[in-house]
Design a protein around this ligand. Structure first.
Ligand code: ATP
Length: 235
């Protein structure tokens, strides 16, 4: 399978402090990969490097087989990389429609952006004029996903989708992520708490201290290991 996203021996640092070392990850079309690990392991940094927002100090990031160079967000959107950051990634004082309209920067026209969003997320269609800050947490995350999908990404990077949301809402969002992956999008999801994502990912990488310590398919062994790693915090 061709990898749409590939990190090869990637290292990264803040100032001179190395926080990622020798990170290898490859996500193919239609695949969902979970990047798990405790606080401060380097998960968000990995996503930011994959999205071109933080430079790799060494190694290489490849998108669609081509090395990623530069960090211009418009260029990244054109290359098909979409990052949904931790904490929703919506503008709370703008309405749903206005939040979507901003995504036309990538060259997709407004009608098309709205069509993509409202077809996949009918709940948002009913709340077009509502300010994003007054949506429920799950709806805000849907809006963040809708904004991401507006640019028709090949690679979708998501940071802590489940943060602060009830388990049922998280399950609903992950069901949508599965649908998105089925259209051929390569999905890399960061989660600190593994339970829901283990139900939908094809495989998981466990990061500790800036290194990938383990790569495995979801199952009892992996869950037990994660349990030990987080000292019982995997629910
Ligand atoms: P969490 O689950 O807590 O968000 P994480 O696994 O996503 O953690 P990162 O946010 O990637 O981890 O952080 C990795 C390391 O890099 C941490 O030690 C963190 O303190 C450090 N770090 C992150 N961002 C910066 C920054 N802007 N400047 C300096 N150090 C940073």
């Amino acid at each position: 399978m061709t990898s749409l996203l590939e990190l090869r021996n990637v290292s990264a640092a803040y100032d001179r402090i190395t926080v990622l070392s020798g990170v290898d990850l490859a996500v193919g079309a239609g695949e969902i990969v979970a990047l798990l690990g405790p606080n401060g392991a380097g998960k968000t940094t990995t996503l930011n490097v994959a999205a071109g927002l933080h430079p790799a100090a060494g190694g290489e990031v490849r998108v669609g087989g081509r090395a990623l160079a530069g960090t211009d967000p418009v260029e990244l959107a054109r290359r098909g990389v979409c990052l949904i950051p931790e904490g929703r990634g919506v503008f709370p004082n703008l309405t749903v429609r206005e939040n979507l309209r901003m995504m036309t920067f990538a060259g997709v026209d407004r009608a098309r952006v709205e069509e993509i969003a409202f077809t996949r997320f009918p709940k948002l269609a009913r709340r077009q004029r509502q300010t994003a800050g007054t949506l429920s947490g799950g709806e805000q995350q849907m809006l963040a996903l809708a904004r991401g999908l507006a640019v028709d990404p090949a690679v979708l990077l998501m940071d802590e989708l489940s943060m602060g949301l009830a388990p049922l809402v998280v399950a609903e969002l992950y069901a949508l992520v599965v649908e998105i992956a089925r259209t051929g999008v390569a999905v890399l999801v960061v989660e600190q708490f593994a339970s829901t994502v283990l139900g939908i990912c094809d495989w998981a990488a466990v990061m500790v201290n800036g290194r990938i310590e383990r790569v495995d398919v979801p199952g009892d062994d992996l869950a037990a290991d994660l349990s030990a790693l987080y000292m019982g915090s995997v629910k």
